[in-house]
Design a protein. Structure first.
Length: 313
């Protein structure tokens, strides 16, 4: 399906050097921000207390959020849980007695509640720092497995040069996302980690589409140079890219606007990842593949003629 067809091939690779210098600068800046400022980890990673509070009527979400922040828990998370009457409150670690911490917060919330809408404390759970450290380790292992799996898949389906280029492009996207979260000190939670892993899969899908079209062009554009072949492949995927990424981004922006605090940073990470995923597939993966020396013989096996068969020993 195509909304439009570009008749003229756009010379993307002509600007590859300049755009890769910009990409490299952003990459280094993101690494510096992560190293110097670090990530603002949520209580899933740092440890904390979780309260489940149920109201007899619709829970006053914003009022409870203001109350909890007024108690000094600036990094606390308050969100609906299951229904509009239930709230899930996550408090960062403070002191050793998590039960006293939970009871103190609930007492203030109950005192400010309306008589017709009485809250009930359903459960209290404590997430220790060791559990948080284990989650962080498991997340890094999951990220490593995804990267290795992508490299193996691309090396088998296409060629090792595509595998290397795609991983560099995907890591570029991941580091840029983490750089944004480090610079603005946005909360990095398990949902954001899930978004980062989703961006890896999403970005590699775009890389596979471009790589597949490059291989197809090598078969049909016998007299074209490698650079012209890559430019034409990217141009031919433009309509598909606009349709796919446009509809996906529309859904993510909907989550960003209407999803509330629970989905906000998840949607932010996806938005950054989708935008840079398109950019990296065109201006990071493709130029690196070109610079690694990809050629027609790497992807298209030469057809033997009868004369070659006679001459071969």
């Amino acid at each position: 399906m195509e909304f439009f067809r570009l008749e003229r091939t756009i010379p993307f690779m002509r600007h590859a050097v300049v755009l890769n210098v910009i990409s490299f600068s952003l990459f280094i800046a993101a690494i510096a921000a992560i190293a110097l400022r670090g990530l603002a980890f949520s209580i899933e990673f740092t440890g904390g207390t979780v309260l489940e509070v149920s109201y007899s009527q619709t829970a006053p979400l914003e009022e409870v959020r203001s109350t909890v922040q007024g108690l000094g828990y600036a990094d606390a998370q308050v969100q609906n849980f299951g229904s509009s009457r239930d709230l899930l409150i996550r408090l960062p670690l403070r002191g050793e007695n998590s039960n006293d911490q939970a009871q103190e917060v609930f007492k203030v919330i109950a005192a400010q509640a309306q008589p017709s809408n009485v809250p009930e404390l359903r459960r209290v759970e404590f997430v220790g720092p060791q559990v948080g450290a284990e989650l962080a380790t498991d997340g890094l292992i999951a990220l490593l497995f995804v990267i290795v799996g992508i490299m193996v898949y691309l090396a088998i389906r296409f060629e090792w040069k595509f595998a290397v280029a795609a991983i560099v492009a995907n890591l570029h996207d991941v580091v840029i996302i983490l750089g944004f979260f480090a610079v603005f000190q946005w909360e990095f939670s398990l949902s954001v980690l899930a978004a980062v892993l989703a961006v890896l899969g999403y970005s590699v899908n775009e890389s596979v589409v471009v790589a597949d079209r490059i291989r197809e062009n090598f078969k049909r554009m016998r007299k074209a140079s490698v650079q012209e072949t890559i430019d034409n492949a990217i141009t031919r995927t433009m309509s598909r890219t606009i349709i796919t990424h446009g509809t996906t981004e529309a859904m993510v922006i909907t989550m960003l606007i209407f999803g509330g605090p629970a989905l906000f940073y998840f949607a932010v990470a996806l938005t950054i990842g989708i935008v840079f995923g398109i950019y990296s597939s065109i201006f990071v993966m493709s130029p690196i593949t070109l610079w690694l020396g990809i050629k027609r013989e790497d992807l298209v096996k030469p057809v033997k003629t009868k004369e070659d068969e006679v001459l071969s020993p």
